[in-house]
Structures are given as structure tokens and as C-alpha cells.
Design a protein around this ligand. Structure first.
Ligand code: F6R
Ligand code: MG
Ligand code: MG
Length: 375
């Protein structure tokens, strides 16, 4: 059976700053999904990660279906109205357009979707990250799909050994989707050259080269490309199918134990390590550290099992301790160097404005004559 899995998420308001949506907000989203989804969807599940609400939907209508997207948009509008009624912070923040125009892509919410020809057992993972951006998944995807140090399946399974096709998007290009396809292991170094720059190049999807099937899809929205200014971090979602012709669930999770530094944290303007947390968890200290949750499901004839919280297992407590230490270490250098994001990634304009004002106070000393160069 062919089933579409759609994850659409948005920040529509939260309690105490950017911490967590309220119960009333979630009830409003749930109510809309329950009534609007009755005929349209095969199943759905609503979860939160930090201040973001993610709606997971399964249905038979294919990727980019207008009715499915409109349902999510309506649910977010209802949630945002509830947020306003309670005075929540940043109510309706990610709903950047006034009226729905066929697809939530380009309207603020983050989207990732895939059509799946269901296998006999169909395990998949839904990741949701808060206080960071889509490049946060670059390193885990590279390691899980292309590095045998994390994915022993690349050595142990003939199918996995054929490698994967990465589609990488240049998210700085706002007038269209500028993408490139790279096949591992052959293009491994080309892939590395792009993924090392996660604010510019973002993995959009990964496919099995053995079967051509989609293994992973990531939301690649850059809110500031839509709004023309920074309106919050993009807080990406990702779907990953696992086992058999894909890396095992544990191989996909393995790189998240690194706690790699990502863009985000306080005022969306710092570099801090990514902490794997339980679903429904929130941020606090320094609006961070950036967090990622992972819910594991199986799918059968479009119906979802209950989720298993992949980062709730005690192993991850040790990882969280390490990430907290790493975060504290980075914060010791405050705003200096690598601790704060480069100019164009800052969510605020204060630094640029101050630099412009300072410009006139510079003077050039010991002016040297221009020396002609060249032949
Ligand atoms: C992401 C998030 C942050 C904020 C940023 C600025 O979910 O909440 O990226 O957008 O911290 O927030 P303000 O200016 O509202 O304090
Ligand atoms: Mg937020
Ligand atoms: Mg958020």
C-alpha cells in the first residue's frame, strides 16, 4: 500500500518566552485535526518539542496535497487564536501569510513529506529540533548514511553498501530551489565540502541507491527568506525510514550522541551543542541548548503505532550531561569568536547597526602608496 507521511510544524506561541506551548493551544490544534482529519487522514499524531507543535499525518493523497496542508494551517490558526487568548509569547509567529494559498510551503510552517510503499514492517523516525535550523541534521545524516564508523550496515549489508544519493539544497538561493545530487561513497568528499557549511547547504533528502527509495526528508525552510527578515529560527523536522535497505534505527540515532555544535540558542544567534531530549521537553537555560526529539513509529495500512520516545532511554541521560558540559564550556567565551553566529546569521540587527555607526569613527594611519601588481 502507498501511504504519504506528512509532518508539518510551526511555532504558534508558547509559555514563559519560547519554552513550550500551552495545553489550551494544543487542545485547539487537536480539536481541529480530529474533526477536519476524520475523512481526510488515515491517522495523525500531535507532539511538541520546545515551543514548536509538530503534526504528523498519514494519508493517501500524496506529497503536497492542498487539503492536507490546509487542515494543518487551519489547526495552527486555531492554536494561534488560543495562544492569543492566553497572552502566550509570539502567538502565531510562524504563520507568515494572511490567507492560505494551496500549500504551507513558503507560508512559515516547516514541512517534510514522503510517499512510502509500505514494507511488511515499516519502521520510521520523526525528528523535531528547536532553537536551531535545518543544517543541524547535516552531520547526523552524513554519519548515518555515509560513514561506517556509525553505520556498520554500510559494510555488513550488500544493499546499504551500494550507498545513498543525497540531495543538497543551497538555502541562500531564495529565487528558486537550487539543488545538487551527490552519490556516496563516490562523491563523499564533495558532500563533505558542502555539508561543512550548514547555514548555506542543507540535506533535503536521502535515497537508497540500491532501490531508489526515499530514506530521509528534511524541512529546508528558511523563515528569513520568506519574511525578508529574521522571524525566529527554522526549527527543522525530519522523517527517516529505517532497517532493511536503510540504516538501522540505532545507526540513525548514533551520531546524535556527539552533541555537535549547531546554530541557535539565545536569540537564535549562538553556536551551542544539540541536546537529544524527550518528546514534549522544553529549553530553559540561555534559551537552549538547542534540542532535538525523536519519535519512533511503525506504519501499517496507513495506521500509526503509538510512538516510542527514542531519546528517553537512560543512555541519553549521560549524553545530556556531556552536552550540558559542552554548552557551559562554550558559553564561557560569551559573544567571542565561535560562540556567536557570523553576522548574516544573527537574528537581530544590533551588531550591524553599531558597526555602521562605528564606521565613521575609523581613521586610516600611515597611508601607504598603492603598489601596482600583475604583469
Ligand atoms: C526558536 C526561537 C528563537 C527565537 C529567538 C528570538 O524557536 O524561539 O530562535 O526566535 O530567541 O526571540 P525573541 O526576539 O522573541 O526573544
Ligand atoms: Mg520560538
Ligand atoms: Mg521553536
Amino acid at each position: 500500500m502507498k501511504t504519504t507521511i506528512s509532518v508539518i510544524k510551526a511555532d504558534i506561541g508558547s509559555i514563559g518566552g519560547h519554552l513550550r506551548p500551552s495545553r489550551r493551544l494544543l487542545d485547539a490544534v487537536r480539536l481541529e485535526l480530529a474533526s477536519g482529519g476524520r475523512e481526510l487522514l488515515l491517522d495523525h499524531h500531535i507532539s511538541t518539542t520546545g515551543d514548536d507543535v509538530a503534526i504528523l499525518m498519514t494519508h493517501a493523497h500524496g506529497v503536497g496535497d492542498t487539503r492536507v496542508h490546509e487542515l494543518a494551517w487551519r489547526a495552527f490558526l486555531k492554536g494561534a487564536a488560543a495562544a492569543r487568548s492566553q497572552g502566550l509569547y509570539a502567538a502565531g509567529q510562524d504563520l507568515l501569510k494572511d490567507s492560505f494559498s494551496g500549500n504551507v510551503r513558503g507560508m512559515g510552517p516547516a514541512v517534510c513529506e514522503m510517499d512510502v510503499l509500505e514494507r511488511e514492517g515499516e519502521p520510521f523516525l520523526v525528528f523535531a529540533a528547536d532553537k536551531t535550523d535545518p543544517g543541524a541534521y547535516n552531520l547526523p545524516l552524513y554519519l548515518a548514511f555515509a560513514d561506517p564508523m556509525h553505520s556498520s550496515g554500510l559494510l555488513l549489508s550488500a544493499e546499504l553498501g551500494k550507498g545513498f544519493r543525497f540531495t543538497v539544497m543551497d538555502v541562500a538561493h531564495s529565487s528558486g530551489d537550487r539543488v545538487v545530487e551527490l552519490d556516496t561513497p563516490g562523491d563523499l568528499h564533495e558532500l563533505a565540502v558542502l555539508l561543512r557549511d550548514p547555514e548555506r547547504f542543507v540535506v533535503e533528502s536521502v535515497r537508497s541507491r540500491a532501490t531508489g527509495e526515499l530514506a530521509a526528508v528534511v524541512s529546508t525552510t528558511r523563515l528569513h527568506n520568506i519574511a525578508g527578515k529574521y522571524t525566529g529560527k527554522d526549527d527543522p523536522v525530519m522523517i527517516v525510514r529505517t532497517q532493511k535497505q536503510f540504516p538501522a534505527t540505532g545507526e540513525i540515532l548514533s551520531p546524535f550522541a556527539i552533541g555537535h555544535h549547531v546554530a541557535g540558542g539565545m536569540r537564535g544567534s549562538h553556536q551551542l551543542p544539540l541536546m537529544p531530549i524527550q518528546q514534549g521537553g522544553e529549553v530553559s537555560w540561555f534559551d537552549g541548548p538547542p534540542i532535538v526529539s525523536c519519535a519512533a513509529y511503525c506504519l501499517h495500512e496507513g495506521r500509526l503505532t503509538e510512538p516510542v520516545d527514542a531519546f528517553a532511554q537512560p543512555f541519553w541521560d549521560e549524553v545530556r550531561q556531556r552536552v550540558a558540559k559542552k554548552a557551559l564550556d562554550m558559553r564561557r567565551q560569551g559573544f567571542f569568536g565561535a560562540a556567536m553566529l557570523p553576522m548574516d546569521e544573527l537574528e537581530y540587527t544590533g551588531v550591524k547597526e553599531r558597526l555602521t555607526r562605528l564606521d565613521g569613527r575609523f581613521r586610516v594611519r600611515n597611508v601607504r602608496p598603492v603598489v601596482a601588481t600583475g604583469v
